[in-house]
Design a protein around this ligand. Structure first.
Ligand code: MG
Ligand code: MG
Length: 257
């Protein structure tokens, strides 16, 4: 039996606060992305920014033993890359930055994939499709609908653009825990799965690969890479289903999406 909790308005206010800090971190970190910066520098900087907010802390640090504030996943790394002093960004790289924040016992989670300077046009198209899939997935999170509506919308964008969808890793419920039920797969069928009700808070997170869908785990037991070592992209928002439709909580106020 799934343990799915709908959040009260008071709880959603705290999740909103956590998500505002998440959005601030991603917006600020984006400004630090350039050739020569190490992923450890990005991580330290993000942790300081989060801890500067009273009541806030990095949600991933220590979660299942993860050692850092950010997941920094470069090029063929899909998710869960560990920040390192030895990992320096280079022109043409793409980096997925994933961050979670805990605030007064509530959580927000978001990710973006960013190019470092000029990236290959096909890689740029991969990023655009993954971002587009996230927005289509969000729009599908309508009250009275099903989780499969979100999954199908994401899958259609990814496959329609000629990319492959990572199957083993999924979005999730979020709120009083960083990861809650239900799972939100990036492939599926509209009309199937858990019913979407007002107060349901979800982290929707498409992961698309340039070529094959298969993934592997590196020896650090964290970093997930594409089996063919081709580039992968990942975007994520925390969203609440309301009576009026989906509301994105991790959007940067100064940006359209
Ligand atoms: Mg995340
Ligand atoms: Mg997540």
């Amino acid at each position: 039996m799934l343990l799915i909790t709908l959040k009260t308005d008071n709880e959603i206010e705290l999740i909103v606060r956590a998500c505002e800090i998440v959005a601030e971190v991603l917006d600020q970190v984006e400004g630090q992305i350039r050739p020569g910066v190490t992923t450890a520098e990005l991580d330290e900087w993000a942790e300081e920014l989060i801890r500067g907010h009273v009541g806030a802390r990095p949600a991933f640090k220590g979660l299942y033993g993860f050692p850092a504030t950010l997941c920094t996943s470069i090029n063929e790394e899909v998710v869960h890359g560990i920040p390192s002093r030895k990992r320096m960004l280079q022109e043409g790289d793409v980096i997925s930055i994933d961050v979670g924040v805990g605030y007064e016992g509530y959580y927000g989670d978001s990710a973006v994939t960013l190019g470092v300077g000029e990236v290959d046009p096909e890689v740029a198209r991969l990023l655009e499709a993954t971002r587009e899939a996230l927005m289509r997935g969000v729009e599908a999170a309508q009250p009275g609908g099903h989780v499969g509506d979100i999954s199908a919308a994401i899958q259609a964008v990814g496959e329609g653009a000629g990319f492959s969808v990572v199957r083993e890793l999924v979005g999730h419920g979020i709120g009083t825990q960083p990861h809650e039920e239900p799972q939100v797969p990036n492939i599926g069928h509209a009309g199937q799965g858990v019913r979407l009700r007002p107060g349901l808070v979800l982290a929707i997170e498409p992961m698309f690969n340039l070529d094959g869908p298969e993934i592997r785990m590196l020896e650090d037991d964290w970093t997930v890479v594409t089996a063919d070592r081709k580039t992968s992209a990942h975007f994520e928002h925390t969203v609440v289903v309301t009576e009026k439709g989906p509301r994105v909580l991790t959007a940067v106020p100064s940006k359209a999406s």
